[in-house]
Design a protein around this ligand. Sequence first.
Ligand code: ADP
Ligand code: MG
Length: 230
Amino acid sequence: MLALTDLNTHYGQAHILRDVSLRVESGEVVALLGRNGAGKSTTMKAIIGTVAATSGSIRYGGQDLRKLKNYQRARRGIGYVPEDRRIFKKLTVAENLATGRKPAGKGQEPWTIERVFDLFPKLAELKNRLGGQLSGGEQQMLTVARTLMTNPDCLLLDEPTEGLAPVIVENVTSAIKQLKTHGLAILLSEQNRHTAAALADRVYVLEKGQIIYDGALANMPAHAHSALGW
Ligand SMILES: Nc1ncnc2c1ncn2[C@@H]1O[C@H](COP(=O)(O)OP(=O)(O)O)[C@@H](O)[C@H]1O
Ligand SMILES: [Mg+2]
C-alpha cells in the first residue's frame, strides 16, 4: 500500500534521511522506532509532502506521491496525526470532529461521529466540551478521531502516546488495535518499547536518518536496542 524506496531528504545543507526504504500494508501496524532526532517525523512529513524528498520514491496504492501536491496526497486517503496536537480550541469536541468530515472512498464504511465515539468512549462524554478545555491526552484522542473522520486508508501517527498519562495511553493503544482490524495501514512512530510491543507487527529502527534494522521487535539485535537506548 505505502512504500518508500531509497528516500533522501535535506534541511538546507543537512542530509537527514539517508536511503530510507520501508513499506506498510493494509491491516498492518508498523512501528518506526528511533531516538529524538533520528528522523521519524521527517519521514512522515516526506510522505505527506511538507518536507521535500531530494531523491527516492514514495509510492502509495501504485501511485507516485512525489508527483502529487500535499492536498492531493491527503485526498488519496493518507491521514496524518502530527506530534503537536492540532485541535480547534474554541470549538467543541463534536464540532472539531465535524471539521474533519470528508467523503469515504469506494467500498469503505464511512466514519461517523457515532463510530468514533464507539472507538473513544471518553470523547462521547466530552462531546460538548471546548477543545481548549481538554487535557493533553483527550486532545490527542480528538486529533486521532478527527483524522479518522477524513476516512483514511493509511494512518501516520507521530508518537501518539508520548507524554500521556498511563490510562490515556491504554485508551489510545486499544483504539489503534481496533483500527488495525478495520484494515487501515498504520505507520506509528514510537520511542516506548511497551507500546511498540503491544501494537507493532513489524518495526523499523532509524538511527541518524538510516534504517539499521527491520523485522520483528522480538528479533531485534543488540545494536538496534542500543541505538534506541533500550
Ligand atoms: N525544520 C528543520 N530544520 C532543520 N533541521 C531540522 C528541522 N526539523 C528537524 N530537523 C533535524 O532533522 C533531524 C531529524 O528530526 P526529526 O525528524 O524531527 O526526528 P524525530 O522525529 O525522530 O525526533 C534532527 O537532527 C533535527 O534536528
Ligand atoms: Mg518527531
